[in-house]
Design a binder for this molecule. Structure first.
Ligand code: FAD
Length: 467
């Protein structure tokens, strides 16, 4: 592998315009780290591209040697797919241009953007791109896997708002994919992750929005069952302007939290209303009735404040492990198991995240994009978050044990962006009836599986030649 990275370096160093970073060089240590502290790897070479031709050079040189290659936008892959040991990293962090057309409500987003880079520029025109909830997340990985966030019910998934992709495929060609050009690839890129090439540009649809209403409240352990029953029924009828997320966790030891709740199991509700604030009041009022009255707050908030409010809850370098699944309905047995799980949660930052999709995301047909199940609106994400390596085993065991108890009631399927690195066997489940079509597109655009550090869809093996 060392020889391969040296070979790639030699073939690039005269023509490559960005940075070429090798172990021991200044800047390498920072460049090699990714968000999840559980994944500490040492690539042989990091190619920090500044434009499409740099990406083409890196892909061609790497393809020629067969070196293991990771592609990185924001480095937030929970599974750690954006780095590798000894191989090559194609790092897009110097490609963060965003161009907005306020007339057409379209934007062009470069392949290295973080969510925050997009929000800051689109808000100058009073527009939003529906994405995730933490601004330091990379946009490319999030969009390619699907992309859920506060605006999903109103405007759809991130991938539903992409009108076109430009990418560098495994042979170094620049290819466009949209409804007219390479429509099968366009279909596969909306939910298919990093399987098909390095996306250097997304052409996306924006929507007018400057502020939202944020309402929050805590429900103590004794009220969680009632809250979850209310939530599952309420959301089925709720308007698309309302998003209501619930985190089951131990209440934080902060001034914001009532003294007697701190460190105790609670359900933390966060509600966003994206429509006219007056019209949202009755809905927020009904939902907040399930929270302790003295824990409830509600305010109008700018979109940029909304998008950054959770940033410090998920810092770089901590240790994270996750498992996720969908439910068509949250039955009473599942609620019992969730209550059992929160009572045994191993640390104060670990949480059981519950979200309800539906709305605009559910209006897209199951076969219109590669993204997984849209008919099961309940998404569960078990996210362990801790700092000490000595606590790795207990956190991972808690996630696996909790997941195994909940799994029988889940609908088969998984959101690929919430998968950990040891779940490659669940990738066919993520695409189930779309699997053969995914394999066909992969076999066409990446027959040698050059792009394999991802939720991998292996290409078909070439047919043996008859003599
Ligand atoms: C703190 C945090 C908050 C999150 N919040 C949300 C959320 O609100 N909603 C949500 O849906 N998800 C969320 N996620 C999950 C997130 O969508 C995934 O972790 C996603 O992969 C992050 O994208 P990235 O570009 O940072 O990832 P990276 O680690 O850079 O890459 C992830 C994968 O995408 C591929 N990839 C990256 N860039 C490109 C590119 N330009 N072309 C081709 N392939 C590429 C990589 O090869 C790799 O397989 C969150 C994750 C974290 C860590």
């Amino acid at each position: 592998m060392v020889e391969a990275s040296e070979e790639v370096y030699s073939s690039l160093h005269r023509r490559f315009k960005g940075d070429l970073l090798r172990p021991g060089q200044s800047g390498y240590e920072d460049a090699r780290t990714i968000w999840n502290g559980m994944v500490a790897r040492t690539p042989g070479l990091i190619t920090r591209c500044i434009d499409v031709s740099d990406v083409q050079l890196a892909v061609r040189a790497a393809s020629k040697t067969g070196i293991l290659t990771a592609v990185r936008c924001g480095g937030h892959s929970l599974a750690g797919f954006s780095t590798c040991d000894g191989g090559l990293v194609i790092d897009l962090s110097r490609m963060r241009q965003v161009m907005v057309d306020p007339e057409t409500h379209r934007a062009s987003i470069a392949g290295g953007c973080l969510l925050g880079s997009i929000d800051t520029v689109t808000q100058e025109a009073g527009l939003v791109f529906p994405s995730g909830v933490v601004s330091h997340t990379g946009a490319s990985g999030l969009i390619l896997g699907g992309g859920t966030g506060w605006l999903t019910r109103r405007f759809g998934l991130s991938c539903d708002n992409v009108a076109g992709f430009t990418l560098v495929t495994a042979d170094g060609s620049v290819v466009r994919a949209n409804s007219k050009e390479n429509p099968d690839l366009f279909w596969a890129l909306r939910g298919g992750g990093g399987n098909f090439g390095v996306v250097t540009e997304f052409e996306v649809q924006l929507h007018p929005l400057r502020s939202v209403v944020l309402a929050e409240g805590l429900t103590p352990e004794s009220g969680i069952r009632g809250l979850l029953e209310c939530w599952r029924d309420f959301m089925a009828e709720a308007p698309i302007e309302l998003k209501w997320n619930i985190d089951l966790r131990l209440a934080q030891h902060t001034k914001k939290v009532l003294l007697e709740l701190r460190g105790r199991p609670v359900a933390s509700s966060s509600l966003i209303w994206t429509g006219d604030p007056e019209a949202g009041r009755p809905y927020l009022h009904r939902a907040l009735a399930m929270c302790r009255p003295d824990s409830v707050s509600s305010k109008v908030m700018s979109f940029l404040d909304l998008q950054t409010m959770a940033d410090s809850d998920f810092p770089h370098g901590r240790r994270y492990y996750t498992k996720s699944g969908y439910f068509t309905y949250l039955d009473d047995g599942t609620i019992d198991r969730l209550l059992g799980a929160v009572a045994s949660i191993p640390s104060s930052e670990t949480q059981i995240e519950l979200a309800y999709l539906g709305g605009a995301a559910a209006r897209i047909g199951a076969d219109e994009t590669a993204f997984g199940n849209r008919s099961s609106p309940f998404i569960l994400n078990l996210l362990a978050n801790w700092s000490e390596p000595s606590a790795d085993a207990s956190h991972v065991a808690w996630i696996r044990g909790t997941f195994n108890k909940l799994r029988p009631a889940m609908k088969p399927g998984v959101y690929i962006n919430f998968m950990s690195g040891d779940e490659q066997d669940r990738v066919p489940e993520a695409y189930h009836e779309r699997w053969d079509r995914m394999v066909a597109v992969k076999s066409h655009y990446d027959p040698n599986n050059f792009f394999r550090l991802n939720q991998n869809v292996p290409p078909r093996k070439p047919a043996a030649k008859s003599s």
